[in-house]
Design a protein around this ligand. Structure first.
Ligand code: MG
Length: 402
């Protein structure tokens, strides 16, 4: 019997009515499940550094499951539905929003974590959280806020995700913040400082998996969305090595595809090829570390990645997407208008901070005026930002809270 079983069997909150007796009798709790399923260098719930505010263990959900659920139920998570990934809402409704991108990342990351026998709950929590701090209007919105906050440390969506999780979200009970496990906060902090932490000790493998799943998801999705919107043609793309290889594999396996099937088949193949390559490289990299702990691998600076061939193909694809999609005249015009609205909102609120909603006026004392305005604007959805922009120009009362 493991320590976790003792913990939940003696947990005073676990009543026999709330918890099926056969589950207690069979003793398959989250601690046992991890013990049976995970590899030695996964992040185990039993080793968690805990939460800022101590909480009783839950009778049948492990700590990282609870973190995942808290993120899923957070208002900032729901607002991802109204935040653009690459394309705005007025460009159709086929393409990804920040929310559907997040689910794709969490799904790919979980698949990878399951095959590598890492902690799926932690991976999923990190996947769902990874873009929760994104401001309106995608990276263009982030650039505007970063410039507006340059004197007070700038703005990064990865850092803002931590502010949301630790200071802004209101749960049903307890102080402000989601009171997440230290490992989830540390994983998000690693994302926020990725560039500085490119050498030396590495992040937990679950954190690395989410990072890799993020780029696999957006590369494939951007190809899909751009093709559907007519910003690219299959002919343009087939000059790229990774696309040519994917089309070649499809042709060998399935023969000539009817035209409507080509795009979804290509996107599926791109994800499949990248995940398979990553799993093969990761398995080779991790093989000598069998029996070692997560801490030992992090200290040794073990970093997962694609094979050199696929990494080079991905680089070619990303360079192409950058010049042909992200800088497409249709997108540049939309982005410029959005950037102007956000910058105007910021400057106007800086001149008249009394127009901030009460919650953010109260934040001024704690974080300063610029940061409080940045937090208010950073939490908005695209449409909410548009509405507040109109409200700012047409009236003189406080703007709405999100
Ligand atoms: Mg992302």
């Amino acid at each position: 019997m493991t320590a976790e079983i003792v913990e939940y069997a003696t947990n005073p909150t676990a009543s026999s009515t709330a918890f099926p007796p056969q589950r207690v009798a069979s003793g398959v709790g989250w601690g046992d499940r991890e013990h049976l399923m995970l590899v030695s260098y996964a992040t185990f719930s039993r080793d968690t550094q805990g939460r800022q505010y101590a909480e009783r263990p839950h009778p049948y959900r492990g700590p990282f499951q609870r973190d995942r659920d808290r993120i899923l139920h957070a208002s900032a998570f729901r607002r991802l539905a109204g935040k653009m990934q690459v394309f705005t809402g007025d460009m159709g409704d086929y393409h990804r929003t920040r929310l559907t991108h997040t689910f794709e990342v969490a799904s790919i990351a979980r698949t990878i974590a399951r095959v590598l026998r890492l902690n799926e709950d932690l991976t999923e929590a990190l996947g769902l959280m990874h873009d929760i701090g994104h401001p309106p209007y995608g990276h263009c919105g982030e650039d505007v806020l970063d410039a507006c906050l340059a004197d007070v440390g700038g703005f990064s969506h990865n850092q803002f995700a931590l502010t949301i999780a630790e200071e802004l979200e209101q749960r049903a009970s307890g102080p402000l913040g989601l009171n997440l496990s230290a490992e989830v906060l540390a994983g998000q902090d690693d994302r926020a400082h990725k560039a500085e932490r490119a050498e030396g000790a590495s992040a937990a493998l679950e954190v690395q998996v989410v990072d890799l799943a993020d780029s696999i998801a957006y590369d494939a999705a951007d190809v899909d969305d751009a093709l559907q919107m007519g910003l690219l043609t299959l002919q343009d793309l087939s000059r790229l090595r990774i696309v040519a290889r994917a089309l070649g594999r499809l042709n060998t396996r399935q023969g000539h595809l009817p035209p409507p099937q080509v795009r979804p088949a290509l996107v599926h193949e791109l994800v499949e090829m990248q995940v398979t390559d990553l799993l093969e490289s990761a398995s080779r990299c991790l093989l000598p570390w069998a029996g070692r702990t997560a801490e030992e691998l992090q200290q040794a600076g073990i970093r997962l990645g694609h094979s050199p061939e696929l990494a080079s193909e991905r680089e070619e694809l990303e360079t192409f997407l950058f010049s042909r999609v992200y800088r497409h005249p249709r997108l540049v015009a939309v982005r410029q208008a959005a950037a102007d609205r956000l910058a105007t909102l910021f400057e106007s609120l800086l001149r008249a901070p009394q127009r901030l909603p009460l919650r953010f006026r109260m934040r001024i004392e704690r974080v300063g005026t610029r940061r409080a305005i940045g937090e208010y604007l950073g939490g908005m959805t695209d449409r909410f930002c548009d509405v507040q922009y109109e409200r700012l120009r047409s009236g003189d009362g406080p703007l709405a809270d999100w």
